[in-house]
Design a protein around this ligand. Structure first.
Ligand SMILES: [Zn+2]
Length: 247
C-alpha cells in the first residue's frame, strides 16, 4: 500500500527541512504544505519560484479530497508521499487508500519559544500555551496511527544516524546525499515559501546544519526557566522519551 509520512508539529518545528530530506529519498516525494491546494488564499497557493503559473502545482490541483494523498501518489508515480501539513485538521477526511505514518517533530521548549518569539508574538506564556495545545492535539490524533516522535535538536546533532533510523522505519533506501537536498531549488507553496526564501538567501535561517543555540543569547533567564516549568515541558519530555526509546 502507498504510504504517507506526515510531519506534524508547531510552526518552526523544522518540518520544511525534514520534509525536503525525506522527500529526496528514492521513491519518495515531498509535497510540503499541501493543504494550501485546498484553500482560497491565492498568495499562499503560489509557488516560491514561478508564482501562480507553476506547472508543478497546477499539475496536482483539483484532486479528490477524500483520497487526496493516494491520488497524489498515483499521479506523481511514487510510493511514499511526504507532507509537512503540520496540524491534524489538514489530514482529516483525506486519508482514504493510503497508509498514514505521522512524525511528531518537536524542539526543546526554550528553542521553540525562542523561534516563536522571534517570529511574532512576544508573550512567552501565550507561546508556551500554544505549544501545549498544538502538541496535545497532535498526540491525540497521531496515537490512532503508528507514529514516530522526532527530537529535531537531536536530529541536527546526528543527522546521518537519525536518517538511517527513519529509513529503516519507513522502509526507504538510505542515501546520504539527501541530507543536503534542502540546498537545491524547490517549487514550494504556502508557508514553506518563507522558509525557502530564508534558506536560499541565508537570511535569518540557521542553514539547517547546526544545533541551534540562539536561545541562549535571545531568551532571558526568566523565560528559560518559564519554558522548563511550563506544562508544555511535560509533553516535551514524554515525546523525548518515546523518541529515545525507539531510536
Ligand atoms: Zn514552481
Amino acid at each position: 500500500m502507498k504510504k504517507l509520512i506526515g510531519i506534524m508539529g508547531a510552526s518552526y518545528c523544522g518540518s520544511t527541512h525534514l520534509s525536503l530530506i525525506l522527500g529526496s529519498l528514492y521513491d519518495a516525494l515531498n509535497i510540503g504544505e499541501s493543504h494550501w491546494l485546498f484553500e482560497n488564499n491565492n498568495d499562499m497557493r503560489k509557488c516560491s519560484i514561478c508564482g501562480h503559473d507553476c506547472t508543478r502545482i497546477n499539475y496536482v490541483m483539483n484532486l479528490p479530497k477524500k483520497s487526496f494523498y493516494s491520488s497524489l501518489s498515483d499521479k506523481l508515480a511514487c510510493n511514499t508521499i511526504v507532507a509537512s501539513d503540520k496540524h491534524p485538521i489538514f489530514y482529516e477526511g483525506k486519508l482514504d487508500n493510503i497508509y498514514f505514518h505521522p512524525i511528531i517533530l518537536f524542539k526543546s521548549p526554550e528553542r521553540h519559544l525562542n523561534s516563536l518569539m522571534s517570529h511574532g508574538d512576544t508573550d512567552p506564556e501565550k507561546n508556551l500555551s500554544v505549544l501545549q495545545d498544538i502538541y496535545t492535539a497532535i498526540e491525540k490524533f497521531a496515537s490512532d496511527y503508528d507514529y514516530t516522535c522526532l527530537d529535531y535538536d537531536y536530529f541536527l546533532s546526528d543527522k546521518e544516524n537519525v536518517l538511517k533510523y527513519l529509513c529503516k522505519k519507513f522502509n526507504l533506501i538510505y542515501d546520504e546525499k539527501a541530507i543536503n537536498y534542502w540546498n537545491f531549488d524547490h517549487h514550494f507553496l504556502g508557508g514553506n515559501g518563507g522558509a525557502y526564501f530564508k534558506i536560499r538567501t541565508k537570511k535569518d535561517f540557521y542553514t539547517c546544519d547546526y544545533v541551534d543555540y540562539r536561545y541562549k543569547f535571545n531568551l532571558s533567564e526568566k523565560n528559560m526557566l518559564l519554558a522548563r516549568s511550563h506544562p508544555y515541558n511535560e509533553i516535551y519530555l514524554k515525546m523525548v522519551k518515546k523518541f529515545t526509546d525507539e531510536f
